[in-house]
Design a protein around this ligand. Structure first.
Ligand code: BGP
Length: 477
């Protein structure tokens, strides 16, 4: 049996790097009304698109006008694939039109052609934290069954148009992040939903989740008809939740909290709702619109592989406010505590390479499907030094340690991993903070938090390092 070449790559998301937010007929998306945050200052969701404030996604790093130059750098780096997303609002500016926008479709044709001509395979997420603003305002986003239809139409337009250019697809980015209903930006960007006063966020979440899982299943079913060779995956954020100790209470707290990590992939992969969720719907008396026909769709539209992001791990301790232990939607994890064995990044994200091996084992054990690490990376403050060099050793250490852990999972534990795409291969706008200051790239972009800078690209020290990793197929770390 010949093994397929490993997909070494980089990962990006349309709204975080493209810019050109209103060019080529593009309509506004929910992220286009999110303000910039700062270190420790959360981004705000406004309803105002032209408030004169600085909206970081509007220009981002202007890939829209720099794509040839950037793809040249990606080719020099030796990327085998580039994971990026299609801005829904370039294809359907308002979201509810019947016909797609030709200029938007053409833009991605040009980008994909350029990638392919440079030996780079496009790996595409359909919705990476964005949905047309009009759908959010007019229809309440994924609260509304109609949005399932809009998404399906968007997916079909992309599948038809790019059926000979793209093989690997993902439906929704980090679909499970919205389990943390205490953080409004995830609900807004994943689904175009804002919880209203007096509503039970969990009940809203499950209805929204159902429509989104249904939309994903319908896209898989339609995609397979358009090209049976498509590989269509889900995309989840995986942050393992360790028990604080071997105290059985801590073990159980971790096990129960992990339900919120597994809820979405359980449905995507198995095609039915897990028993712990059905029990919660019943116990809480949620009134959910889930039909027999929907359930048949979920069963038919299961995914081919699991795409996931891995950045960090977390820990729970049973005796730290365990009120919500029987509730699978305790996104904020009220019983979370610090892990005394590991360090954190400048943004407080715990650095735990071993957790990636652990994650790969758990996901593979549970689902027995190929796994694709479509995001992993180190957000840091990088400075352009006098000689135009950027020395980003901590990034090299972070990526190297995680790649090593992945190799252990593959070579010792027999986990089937098909690829690894480093997040933010070129500096982009940070999603959670809206800053440029939090950089992940092996390519630096001269642009600051206020949108100033020449937009010039510079190779960081990690550029040569990653280039060598790819060239040696991971032998040189
Ligand atoms: C993931 C998202 C990405 C990305 C990354 C890093 O959750 O899928 O879009 O931004 O995290 O997060 P941040 O940019 O907030 O540091």
């Amino acid at each position: 049996m010949t093994k397929k070449p490993f997909l070494w790559g980089g990962a990006l998301a349309a709204h975080q790097f493209e810019g050109g937010w209103n060019e080529g007929g593009k309509g506004p998306s929910v992220v286009d009304v999110m303000t910039a945050g700062a270190h420790g200052v959360a981004r705000q969701i406004t309803q105002d698109i032209e408030a004169g404030k600085f909206y970081p996604n509007h220009t981002a790093i202007d890939f829209y006008h720099h794509y040839k130059e950037d793809i040249k750098l990606f080719a020099e780096l030796g990327l085998k694939c580039l994971r990026t997303s299609i801005a829904w609002t370039r294809i359907f500016p308002k979201g509810d039109e019947l016909e797609p926008n030709e200029a938007g479709l053409q833009f991605y044709d040009d980008v994909f052609d350029e990638l392919i001509a440079n030996g780079i395979e496009p790996v595409i997420t359909l919705s990476h934290f964005e949905i047309p603003l009009h759908i959010a305002r007019q229809y309440g986003g994924f609260r509304n069954r109609k949005t399932v239809e809009f998404f399906e139409r968007f997916a079909i337009s992309c599948f038809e148009r790019y059926k000979n250019k793209v093989k690997y697809w993902m439906t929704f980015n980090e679909i499970n992040n919205q389990m943390d209903t205490s953080n409004p930006i995830f609900f807004w960007t994943n689904s175009g939903v804002q919880v209203k006063p007096g509503e039970n966020p969990q009940e809203v979440l499950y209805q929204v989740a159902h429509y989104e899982l249904l939309a994903s299943a319908k896209a898989v079913i339609a995609g397979k008809k358009i090209n049976p060779n498509f590989e269509i995956g889900c995309m989840i954020s995986h942050v393992p939740i360790y028990p604080y100790s071997c105290n059985p209470e801590d073990m159980m707290a971790s096990e129960i909290a992990m339900h919120q990590r597994f809820f979405f992939p359980d449905v995507h992969v198995r095609g039915y709702y897990p028993s712990y969720a059905l029990k919660e719907f019943e116990r809480e008396g949620y009134q959910l619109d889930i039909t027999e026909e929907d359930l048949a769709c979920l069963k038919q539209g299961t995914v081919d592989y699991i795409g996931f992001s891995y950045y960090m791990s977390t820990v729970v301790k049973a005796d730290v406010n365990n009120d919500n232990r029987d509730n699978i939607v305790n996104g904020a994890l009220p019983n979370a505590v610090e892990n005394p064995y590991i360090k954190s990044s400048d943004w407080g994200w715990p650095i735990d390479p071993e957790g990636l091996r652990y994650t790969l084992n758990r996901l593979y054990d549970r689902y027995q499907l190929p796994l694709f690490i479509v995001e992993n990376g180190f957000g840091a403050i990088d400075e352009l030094e006098h000689d135009n060099q950027i020395h980003d050793k901590p990034r090299i250490e972070y990526l190297g340690a995680h790649i090593k852990a992945m190799q252990k999972a593959m070579n010792y534990d027999g986990v089937d991993v098909i690829g690894y795409t480093a997040w933010g291969i070129i500096d982009v706008v940070s999603f959670t903070t809206g800053e440029m200051k939090k950089r992940y790239g092996v390519i630096y972009v001269d642009r600051d938090n206020e949108g100033n800078g020449s937009m010039k690209r510079y190779k960081k020290e990690s550029f040569e390092w990653y280039k060598n990793v790819i060239k040696t197929n991971g032998q040189s770390l």
